[in-house]
Every structure is written in structure tokens, then in C-alpha cells.
Design a protein around this ligand. Structure first.
Ligand code: CDP
Ligand code: CDP
Length: 207
């Protein structure tokens, strides 16, 4: 068929989903959507006092470029609004439309392979140990000048992962047909190479 190729990448916080997605998208010439930004944009608006559903329904692509979405406070607010079924529902059409882009698409998040794109051509579940993920995120945030300790990052992340995994609607879980990539002992280059190899194998139809 001429249906566009769709890659679904899910996993817990700071597993390397975004980094891998971006490089995979560049490699294949696909568009990339970090769906976490949708929830972060809505979460940020609730921190400004807006109602979550009103914010989700009014979301426009330009909101994803808003500065300051990568803070721990916004991540926390994002995971709270992400547990609301009405908010998730309001964001489905945009994500499904993005996934059908003619040139192919990579979407990363928590429920891409399970809810948004259950028929994705390639699915990856990217993870790493909680300690490794917290260390990487801590380095990233302090590198941007944010004053946070490793222990704070780890605690925030454990709370967020528990909320994302435990919610009733679209919980974080590995799709049965997703390939697991544990990046705990991998460099970014190794993880990207592994992802590309898996996607190529699915393109050939021998995955
Ligand atoms: O998108 P997600 O939250 O899953 O993770 P990310 O933002 O892509 O990666 C979190 C941090 O880990 C970034 O600073 C990456 O550069 C780093 N990283 C790494 O050090 N080694 C990897 N194999 C993957 C990501
Ligand atoms: O970068 P990191 O992995 O820490 O977080 P993110 O991907 O930006 O996602 C922020 C929050 O949005 C997550 O903790 C989830 O609660 C929510 N999210 C979701 O519920 N479904 C998605 N497809 C993507 C993100």
C-alpha cells in the first residue's frame, strides 16, 4: 500500500525517546511529534490558572514552541492533566492526523503504540533504569541552569512514572508488538542504531 510509514515510540520519563525519535526522523526523512509537549503545554496553562480541558481544546501547534515547557514543575502538571480522559480525548485527532503525514512520521509518548497508533508500522518501547534516567535528566536540567538535585529529579520521576503507569485511561505500557530497547548501558549512537535497524527490518517486512 501507499499508506505512510508510522513509527511509535513509548517509554517512561527521560528514557531517551525524544533523542532517539528526532534522529530516527532525520534518518528516514519523517516528521517528528513529541506528544509529551501537548500535555506539557496544557499543564503549563493550568499553572497559569486555566482550566485543563479548556486549554486542551484550545491548543494550537504554536503552543508547543512555548518556552519553559521542559521544567520539572510543568512535567508534574502535565502528568496530572494527562490522567484526565477528557483532556486526552481532546488531543487525539491532532496526533492521529500527524501520524498520517504523507512523508511518514515518528511520534513519541506514552500511549502511541497502544492507543494513538495501534497499527503503527514499527513500535519501540524505550526504557532505562530509574537511576540512569534520573542521572541523565539531572544533567540536562542543571546544564540548562535549573537548580535541582539528583534526589529531587529521581523522586519527581518515580511519582510521575507511577501516575502514568497507574492511570485508568491510556496507561504507560509496552504494546505486545513493540520492541524493547533498554538504553541503560547504551550511548545515544548505539540506541539510535538499534532503533533504525529495527525499523528497517519492519520496512522489509521481516520484523
Ligand atoms: O524523551 P525522553 O524524556 O524519553 O528522553 P530524552 O529527553 O530524549 O533524553 C533524556 C536525556 O538523556 C537527554 O539529555 C539525552 O541526551 C540523554 N540520553 C543519554 O544520555 N543516553 C541515551 N542513550 C539517551 C538519552
Ligand atoms: O520528557 P519526559 O519523558 O519526562 O516527559 P514527556 O514525554 O514530555 O511527558 C510529560 C507527561 O505527559 C508524562 O509524564 C505523561 O503524563 C504525559 N504524556 C502522556 O500521558 N501521553 C503521551 N503520549 C505523552 C506524554
Amino acid at each position: 500500500t501507499n499508506r505512510p510509514f508510522t513509527v511509535a515510540i513509548d517509554g517512561p520519563a527521560a528514557a531517551g525517546k525524544g533523542t532517539i525519535s528526532k534522529q530516527v526522523a532525520d534518518h528516514f526523512g519523517f516528521a517528528h511529534l513529541d506528544t509529551g509537549l501537548l500535555y506539557r503545554a496544557v499543564g503549563a496553562r493550568t499553572l497559569d490558572g486555566e482550566d485543563a480541558l479548556t486549554a486542551a481544546e484550545a491548543l494550537v501547534p504554536a503552543d508547543l514552541d512555548r518556552e519553559g515547557l521542559r521544567t520539572p514543575q510543568v512535567a508534574e502538571a502535565a502528568s496530572r492533566v494527562a490522567a484526565m480522559p477528557a483532556v486526552r480525548k481532546a488531543l487525539v485527532a491532532f496526533q492521529k492526523g500527524f501520524a498520517r503525514r504523507p512523508g511518514g512520521a515518528v511520534l513519541d509518548g506514552r500511549d502511541i503504540g497502544t492507543v494513538i497508533c495501534p497499527d503503527a508500522d514499527a513500535k519501540l518501547f524505550v526504557t532505562a533504569s530509574a537511576e540512569v534516567r534520573a542521572a541523565r535528566r539531572h544533567l540536562e536540567l542543571t546544564g540548562k541552569g535549573l537548580a535541582v538535585t539528583y534526589d529531587e529529579v529521581l523522586a519527581d520521576q518515580l511519582a510521575r512514572d507511577a501516575r502514568d503507569t497507574g492511570r485508568a485511561d491510556a496507561p504507560l505500557t509496552q504494546a505486545p508488538d513493540a520492541m524493547l530497547i533498554d538504553t541503560s548501558d547504551m550511548t545515544i549512537e548505539q540506541a539510535v542504531a538499534r532503533a533504525i535497524a529495527e525499523i528497517e527490518s519492519r520496512m522489509r517486512g521481516d520484523g
